[in-house]
Design a binder for this molecule. Structure first.
Ligand code: DGJ
Length: 700
């Protein structure tokens, strides 16, 4: 069989040559038509002193055919069938998608490789299903999706992080060797976000060719980018299976998670634009089409100190500030007076709430706000009634001591009794109370993820998806936030069943600038929970003026995380101001195209959103300006044929310390043409460190 499959989207082409196995010849800019001589022009030479045949970098590279880097599949059948070599037996395709069936009759394995290129967003999805087609158990070690990169993709941008410091980026040279990330934490994790970029040397926000990748999976994963010694290179991602975790009986299948990827010739902006468009159209499902409500979350305001009258006072003040959804965080259920006890006992603590939760909810609703509640269903505290009754429901390994995390353990969701108990408890809460929103937390890693002695991260992750799916089917109007200690479970697959991420437990606006920037490459602002915290940040003790806190929170899905009762009248007025500003531009922020501008001063973060009619650009001075005078703000995405009304909508209230005379336009509305904005730009004021301004541009 020799065949060419050409998948096309609005701007991209993926050309796949199928010989014995399918191999991508081109993935990037659109090719109008396939040349008759394409096969000839892409034939590779065979080098001296190595294998006598050409080895394709196929859609599932094989050790058994001489691919000496990471194979796409690994496993064995009682010590045999460990180096399968496949032959393509069927191809089904249209202009946007293709499914290849490959078989190895000796090893008794069949692969189904699916590729879908979304026409509008140019995002390609890939997954593989393997079937054990013969007698005897096949122990699958790995099944990953591989996508090739051209040799001029010679730089990588990868992610690292930790709690309160998520979505940090680093650059790596990609000429020899490679990069590998393995996540064994049992959740998407703060440390190993499953995404990376490869691009041409020095690719930036606005410039360069870039290929972006994200694995949609909330459990363990392996993500790697390899350069073969012959210069060919590829990215590979899949679930990381623990030893013996996937044993396929005859006729059984295993399906890999989706790998999402896209290409851009306009730097990282082109990547985020495409991922956002794809996520908006194919991943997020909002139960109704309302604007994303502004939150007040009680956690940092009162922690475990729950007093209904006081909480109602907080709600009154929240409503006065413009808050639209009020969420009671941790501390509302029996025995939960601190972090060491009570997880699993999902019944209202009537000593704290003697009149029930209803009066509080009614009060919240009467103040025009929706009510939300915090839960952490996957967990159990040793000091809880649930643990005392069902110690065997813990995910673990008998005979071993398992370290606790935040003094808690993980429940085995594959234990059907445990699953039923959790469904019953959550279903009861959602039925009994008028709850519009659940903040779904998950505060520890899986250390000994054993179900009946067998490794179970895969099963646990699937069971979590099932629990969420069943709850959403029973309560379709309820929205869910994926929290996980803030930032610990952020990926496309969990987003199919949730509506918001708590991006980080860190409300320090300076830290948030980096965290939110990293997250914005993949996720649109409407799912990025961003809250104004108190002046002195609880996780870092750093202090920020309200300008920096307000500006940083208002570009995401905005909220407030403090006790309004204790704040000064001046601060409360300021919260109301930023909430109002957010609402004024919410439609633009939550549906427009996000972009970032390469700053001349590396101590600035410049980002914006536009919808063809208007634009909001934030300039944040992260640290001391690099030079005495700032560079002009050049608006590269301005329409050259249009004129714009340009005005500042937000800047620091206190005096600027580094500037004795400010540009006059700060207090005026200017009219500027698109080419002027693009090429000459707008002079910026000298911003003090850790302060920010927002410019609004409107087409006339
Ligand atoms: C971790 C979350 O990220 C916080 O926002 C808060 O909900 C606490 N857990 C509550 O225990």
């Amino acid at each position: 069989m020799q065949k060419i499959v050409h998948l096309k989207s609005k701007n991209h082409s993926m050309i796949i040559k199928v010989d014995r196995v399918p191999e991508i010849l081109h993935w990037g800019a659109k090719i109008a038509q396939i040349d008759p001589d394409l096969m000839l022009s892409t034939e590779r030479p065979i080098s001296q002193a190595r294998l006598d045949v050409d080895v394709p970098l196929s859609l599932c590279p094989e050790l058994g055919s001489g691919h000496f880097n990471a194979p796409g599949i690994e496993g064995h059948r009682n010590g045999e069938d460990w180096a399968p070599v496949f032959t393509t037996t069927s191809i089904e395709h249209d202009d946007n998608s293709a499914t290849f069936t490959l078989q190895d009759d000796i090893a008794g394995l069949e692969l189904l490789i699916e590729l879908q290129l979304d026409f509008n967003s140019d995002v390609v999805q890939k997954r593989i299903t393997v079937k054990n087609t013969t007698a005897g158990e096949y122990c699958l070690g790995k099944l990953s999706s591989t996508l090739p990169l051209p040799n001029h993709a010679n730089e990588l941008m990868t992610f690292h992080g930790r709690w309160c410091h998520e979505f940090q980026t680093q650059r790596l040279s990609f000429e020899h060797g490679g990069f590998m990330q393995e996540n064994r934490r049992g959740r998407t994790s703060h440390e190993n976000f499953p995404g990376l970029f490869a691009g041409t040397n020095g690719f930036s926000e606005q410039l360069g060719q870039v290929w972006g990748f994200h694995l949609g999976w909330s459990g363990n994963h392996q993500l790697r980018a390899d350069v073969r010694s012959d210069g060919r290179r590829f990215v590979q991602a899949g679930e990381l299976l623990l030893s013996g975790e996937k044993r396929l009986q005859s006729g059984e299948t295993y399906q890999s998670p989706w790998l999402y990827a896209t290409y851009s010739n306009s730097g990282l902006n082109g990547i985020s634009e495409r991922f956002h468009e794809f996520v908006r159209a194919n991943i997020i499902q909002f139960p109704n089409n309302k604007p994303r409500p502004v939150h007040l979350n009680t956690w940092e305001g009162i922690y475990f100190d729950h007093k209904p009258e006081y909480i109602m006072q907080m709600a009154t003040e929240a409503a006065e500030m413009g808050v639209e959804r009020f969420i009671i965080d941790d501390g509302w259920f029996i025995g939960r007076d601190g972090e060491r006890a009570a997880l699993g006992d999902w019944y209202l603590d009537e000593t704290k709430y003697p009149n029930g939760l209803e009066p509080v909810i009614e009060h919240v609703n009467n103040n025009g706000m929706e009510f939300g509640l915090w839960v952490e269903p996957e967990m159990v505290s040793q000091d809880s009634n649930l643990y005392r009754q069902h110690p065997d429901w813990v995910l673990g390994l008998q005979g071993y001591h398992q370290p606790s995390g935040r003094w808690q353990y993980v429940l085995d969701l594959q234990n059907q009794d445990c699953f039923n108990y959790l469904f019953e408890r959550l279903n009861d809460l959602l039925t009994r109370y008028n709850i519009g929103y659940l903040k779904w937390d998950m505060n520890r890693e899986l250390v000994q993820p054993g179900h009946q002695g067998k490794p179970a991260v895969h099963g646990q992750t699937k069971a979590l998806y099932r629990l969420l799916d069943e709850l959403q089917a029973a309560h379709p109007a309820v929205e869910i936030e994926s929290c996980s200690s803030g930032g610990g479970r952020i990926d496309f697959e969990i987003l199919k069943r949730t509506q918001r991420f708590w991006a980080s437990d860190c409300n320090d606006a300076l830290e948030r600038q980096a965290i939110q920037r990293g997250m914005s490459y993949f996720f649109p602002p409407e799912v990025m929970g961003a809250h104004i915290g108190p002046a002195e940040c609880h996780s870092t003790n750093r202090r920020h003026a309200i300008n920096m806190r307000g500006v940083t929170a208002l570009s995401g899905h905005m909220g407030v995380e403090l006790d309004p009762v204790k704040e000064s009248a001046e601060e409360k007025q300021a919260f109301a101001h930023y909430i109002q500003l957010h609402k004024q531009y919410r439609d633009l922020l939550h549906s427009g195209r996000t972009f970032r501008i390469d700053p001349a001063d590396q101590n600035q973060n410049i980002y914006g959103v536009e919808n063809g009619q208007e634009m909001l650009i934030t300039v944040c001075q992260l640290a001391m300006p690099n030079h005495a005078l700032p560079s002009p703000l050049r608006v590269s995405c301005a329409d050259e044929n249009a004129r714009y009304e340009v005005k500042i909508v937000e800047m620091p209230k206190t005096s600027f310390q580094l500037m004795k005379q400010r540009p006059q336009w700060l207090d005026k509305t200017m009219t500027l043409s698109g080419d002027n904005l693009k090429e000459i730009g707008v002079t910026l004021p000298i911003l003090d460190p850790e302060s920010a301004l927002i410019v609004h541009l409107k087409k006339m």
